[in-house]
Structure formats: C-alpha cells, structure tokens
Design a binder for this molecule. Structure first.
Ligand code: ADP
Ligand code: MG
Length: 231
C-alpha cells in the first residue's frame, strides 16, 4: 500500500501508531530494505504465506494496541515447517489474549527470517528545541546499556551520515572486529539520508524506530519498524 493510503487509513481510524507491516511498507517505498513481511488473518493464511515466503519464517502479533511485541509473547522466530508455524500461531494468539485482553488483533505478520548480522538501530525523534533529528546507534545490549547513539538535525546529507557513524564508540564492531567481515557502511549511510529526506518531505510523522536493523557485509535489512504519527 502506498504512503498516502496508509496515512489516510490511520487518520480515519484516529490512530497514531502504525503497525509493523505498515511501517515496513512505507520504508520499503522509500528504498529502505525490510524483511518481506505480510499479514495473515488466520492460521491457514499464516501457513500459506510461510510457504510462499519460504522457511524459516518469523511470526509476530499484529495489533495497533501492542507495540512491544516480545513483551506480549508475540514474536516466534526460526519456524522451520508447517507444524511449527501452526503452533507458533496458537501460542502468540493465546499469549496476546492473556496479556492484552482488550487489544484489537488483526492477525499475525509472517516474515522472512533474516540471517544474523550486526544489530543497529536507526530512527527519528522530535526534539523539543531542534525539531526532527535522525538517530543512529548500535543495537541490542549496547544501546540499552551504553546509550551509544549519534543524532543529527534533519535534513542531513551524506557527510553528516558519514560523521554520525564515525561518532559511535563501538564503531570498531562495524569495521570487522576479530576477523568478522566489515559491514556495508555505505548502505547504512544511504539509509540515514533516505530516512532524513523522507522525514523532511513528509509532514505528520512524529517518530520512526527501526530496531533492530541487521547490518551485513553487503546491505542491511530492517527486521522491526515502528512509525508514530503526529496527532
Ligand atoms: P519487539 O516489538 O519486541 O521489539 P521485534 O520485532 O523487534 O519485536 O522482534 C524481537 C527480536 O526478534 C528482534 O530483536 C530480533 O532479534 C528477532 N527478530 C524479529 N524479526 C526477525 C526476523 N524477521 N528475522 C530474524 N530475527 C527477527
Ligand atoms: Mg524491536
């Protein structure tokens, strides 16, 4: 679905939070690579989509009322066959119903299982004084414990993106630490500029959170995404 359609639908439904599926559709539309992610409204559909996408797959709860999916028992990774998908579907639905009894659940998202990479976070927040700023950092434990992130005011250009990535304390992890392959830093720079251009040109976006992004030797994939609209 195109950006305008997604924004119009959210507005009509008076909701500020887009689903992961919607967020990834928007990001894909601006040229940012996201894992192939589709909505299944039933267990049968979840199996059909898994077979279309190809195993292993990931199933996640899809609800505008549940933003932290893992907390709801709503993420099952590395599902290798039909049985595992069916079981995961039931477990996710049971857990979501128990933890968020009032949530409006549209189904599950079925997505390609991304191969492991270096975990990155990228996003946009609105600063009270500076307005929209883009953010780049190392993901996982590093961001939680060390808050190793860099910020720049929107709009940014290629040089700003280069500097942001240079600024990260854990930059060595991106450069091929202990015999690992270096990651595709040019791809990450390009993603930051695309993100900034999008935010700059699209009014009404309050926050964007890509967490995690897996960075690879060649390219990168957004594995989870969240977009919040201004209301
Ligand atoms: P949450 O809403 O809890 O942040 P995520 O979508 O980030 O849920 O999923 C939790 C974790 O599961 C991720 O941090 C990542 O490690 C793993 N994961 C999620 N989606 C995928 C995927 N498509 N491929 C591989 N791993 C994934
Ligand atoms: Mg996440």
């Amino acid at each position: 679905m195109a950006l305008n359609e997604i924004l119009a639908r959210a507005k009509k439904e008076q909701r500020a939070v887009l689903t992961e599926i919607e967020a990834k559709q928007i990001l894909t539309g601006i040229g940012i690579n996201c894992t192939d992610t589709r909505l299944a409204a039933s267990k049968t559909e979840a199996v059909e989509l898994s077979e279309m996408i190809g195993y292993p797959v990931v199933l996640k709860i899809s609800s505008v009322d549940i933003t932290h999916k893992s907390d709801a028992g709503g993420v099952k990774v590395n599902l290798k066959n039909r049985d595992e998908v069916e079981q995961a579907f039931d477990l996710i639905m049971e857990s979501a119903a128990a933890k968020f009894p009032d949530a409006n659940i549209e189904g599950v998202s079925v997505q390609a299982m991304a191969k492991p990479g270096i975990e990155i976070i990228m996003g946009m927040i609105k600063d009270a004084s500076f307005g929209p700023v883009v953010m780049f950092g190392l993901g996982g434990v590093l961001v939680e414990v060390l808050k190793d992130v860099a910020f720049r005011i929107v709009p940014i250009d290629k040089n700003d993106a280069v500097e942001m990535i240079e600024e990260i304390k854990g930059k060595k992890l991106l450069e091929g630490y202990r015999g690992q392959d270096p990651v595709d830093i040019a791809c990450l720079q390009d993603m930051l500029v695309k993100l900034s251009d999008f935010v700059d040109q699209t009014p009404g976006i309050e926050e964007i959170d890509m967490n995690p992004v897996f960075a690879y030797k060649d390219g990168a994939a957004v594995v989870d995404a969240r977009i919040i609209l201004y209301q």
